[in-house]
Design a protein around this ligand. Structure first.
Ligand code: AGP
Length: 608
């Protein structure tokens, strides 16, 4: 996510802003910039890459004197990481500067409107539209201009704004993207998150949705979008600086697990227009979709596990044959790609060497590649023919959670879209699935907020030596990810098995007290999975079951049951994985493992 810092007060603004942006680096970014008012005009400096480059460019801010300013670290969403697209953005006569975190969903229409009115754009960003809109509505009253603009934009935004002819104030605005303000004896501050200003003040005010803050050297005023002044109550932050980067969570992994409702919603909502699924970035006509004869999904690790899920969902809904490969196998097995094949490469980082190689191999053979990627401007995103971004924001923990969940719903959207175009589902099924998709964020949040049972259960298995995850169909795909989550952060050996396959050898490993997690979310397979649970129990296993509310029969075969809310069976992975993520996390925490940076692992495996 982008980072915003602003300051107005008695001290030089640039060094304070640079220091604040440095404390937001954990949010992930690809460029940075600052706008400082020097007493006569607003000066902007930007740079691509690490913040150090901007620090060097401005001699740690000394080259940009002034007592007020706004700064930004950009996590690219609209437009590649380059100088023109970096923030802050100016209006044409450089008298208004804006920094933005979020997505303006109607920016294309607004951009056209401003272009038609004679405005010229320097960048590809949605943010620059705001600078020109402010210019258009500005008649000398900043608050009036800001509120007029807010009534015309839709989407999410945290904004820092400054006006050259109002050098005694800066403005902050918030809708959905987090923003705080603070004050000390030297001035007032804007920040995307607490760590940026904790060094200067522990008294902060959280800006709520549709609120505007006018900050002056020694006071702040809060307004609604109707320009009504409101009173706000500051809070005192008692976190230490390190904890603050994690938003008060103990680990980034836990913080990112709790971000899953938002990342799932952020990945779904821009692609739902009314009651239609619109995936513009797919760049495929209905005829081209109908012409797809086979889908090859290629990925690594957890991304591969979403691919295994997608096989069941896409074949079940759209009746298109799907083949799923780990990228390191695909690239060397001389795969058979035939006319009508669509290759989908899934990658959070967009830099995984094997997945990138698989993409290049497919393109070299003349096949179109769709990337499902989280990092804008990454290698896989740049080299794929089309990219469907998962708007999960930067994922810091090595063990993926929120990106995994975002990948799942991106794949669901594709499968439902394909099925609708191929008419393998009817309108009632389509509408029902959209409703189920929209419910997922709240259901995920419910599971996260009721984590106590799985947390207590996890504490019983800190000393476990072997844990098995079993399931059939989509439940097997869920088992793959549940097993990986446990082993990669707790270092406990674990295997995932197709439940029907266990008796073909591995069941010999089941001993008295061996934990077997049985995933059973597919009603058509409930009975089959219960039989497998009975098999392992007969050999001494302790069976944890993860199943849907209402499946009471499973309690006869399980020793411990975690229920997930009802949803479409095709989407069950999005819910069943939550208790399994929590299980792995709390076992690892109980063992004192380095949850965010597990041994031997890298966040992005850029080597073979
Ligand atoms: C998942 O928790 C792991 N960190 C790992 O398996 C990861 O999913 C895999 O390396 C693929 O990474 P990518 O999505 O960035 O390509």
């Amino acid at each position: 996510m982008c980072g915003i810092v602003g300051y107005i007060g008695k001290k030089q603004a640039a060094p304070i802003i640079l220091d604040g942006l440095a404390r937001l680096e954990y949010r992930g970014y690809d460029s940075a910039g600052m706008a400082i008012f020097d007493g006569e005009r607003i000066n902007i400096k930007k740079s691509v890459g690490r913040l150090k480059i901007l620090e060097n460019l401005t001699h740690d801010g000394k080259m940009m004197p002034g007592l007020l300013g706004i700064g930004h670290t950009r996590w690219a969403t609209h437009g590649a990481p380059n100088n023109e697209n970096s923030h802050p953005h100016f209006n044409e006569d450089e008298t208004i500067a804006v920094v933005h975190n979020g997505i303006i969903e109607n920016y294309l229409a607004l951009r056209k409107k401003m272009t038609d009115k004679g405005y010229h754009f320097r960048s590809e960003t949605d943010t620059e539209v705001l600078a020109h809109l402010l210019d258009y509505y500005y008649k000398g009253n900043p608050l009036e201009a800001i509120t007029k603009v807010l009534h015309r934009v839709s989407g999410s935004y945290a904004l820092g704004i400054m006006f050259a002819d109002h050098p005694d104030e800066i403005f902050a605005v918030r809708k959905d993207s987090p923003l705080i303000v603070g004050q000390n004896e030297d001035g007032c501050f804007i920040a995307s998150d607490v760590p940026a200003i904790l060094k200067y003040t522990r008294t902060v005010t959280y800006v709520e949705n549709q609120e505007i803050v006018r900050l002056r050297e020694d006071h702040m005023h809060f307004y609604t979008v109707d320009e009504e002044e409101i009173a706000k109550t500051p809070v005192t932050i008692d976190w230490d600086a390190n904890a603050a980067e994690k938003g008060g969570y103990e680990h980034f992994m836990l913080k990112e697990m709790y971000e899953q409702p938002k990342t799932v919603s952020d990945t779904i909502s821009p692609r739902l227009k009314g009651n239609e699924i619109v995936i513009e970035e797919l760049n495929m006509s209905d005829d081209e979709i109908r012409a797809i004869k086979k889908i090859h999904i290629v990925a690594c690790g957890s991304a591969y596990h979403t691919g295994v899920t997608a096989k069941y969902v896409m074949e079940g809904l759209a009746r298109i044959p799907v083949e799923v490969d780990v990228a390191s196998e695909f690239r060397y097995r001389n795969p058979i790609l035939e006319e009508g094949a669509l290759v989908i490469v899934i990658s959070q980082s967009g830099e995984t060497a094997d997945s990138l190689a698989a993409l290049r191999e497919s393109k070299a053979r003349g096949f179109k590649v769709l990337g499902i990627v989280n990092v804008v401007g990454s290698s896989i995103a740049r080299e794929a023919d089309n990219v469907m971004y998962t708007w999960a924001g930067p994922e810091i923990a090595v063990a993926t959670t929120k990106a995994y969940s975002a990948q799942l719903v991106a794949l669901y959207l594709l499968a439902i879209k394909f099925a609708q175009v191929k008419e393998t589902i009817d309108e009632i099924e389509f509408d029902g699935m959209l409703e189920d998709l929209k419910r997922l964020p709240d259901q995920i949040e419910l599971l996260l907020n009721n984590k106590q049972r799985i947390q207590r259960f996890a504490n019983r298995y800190i000393g476990a030596k072997d844990v098995f995850f079993i399931g059939r169909g989509i439940d097997y795909a869920i088992s793959l990810e549940g097993s990986l989550k446990l082993k990669e952060i707790s270092y406990i050996h674990s295997e995932a098995y197709a439940a029907g396959e266990l008796k073909h050898g591995t069941i010999s490993l089941i001993e008295e007290g061996t934990l077997v997690a049985a995933v059973s979310t597919q009603p058509a397979l409930y009975q089959k999975t219960i039989s497998n649970m009975v098999e392992v129990k007969a050999r001494g296993a302790f069976v944890l079951a993860v199943t849907c509310e209402g499946n009471k029969e499973i309690e006869k075969a399980a020793d411990y049951v975690i229920y997930i809310p009802e949803t479409n069976a095709y989407f069950a992975n999005s819910l069943a994985i939550i208790p399994l993520q929590l299980f792995g996390y709390y076992v690892a925490v109980g063992k004192g493992c380095d949850v965010d940076k597990p041994r031997n692992l890298a966040k992005s495996v850029t080597v073979e």
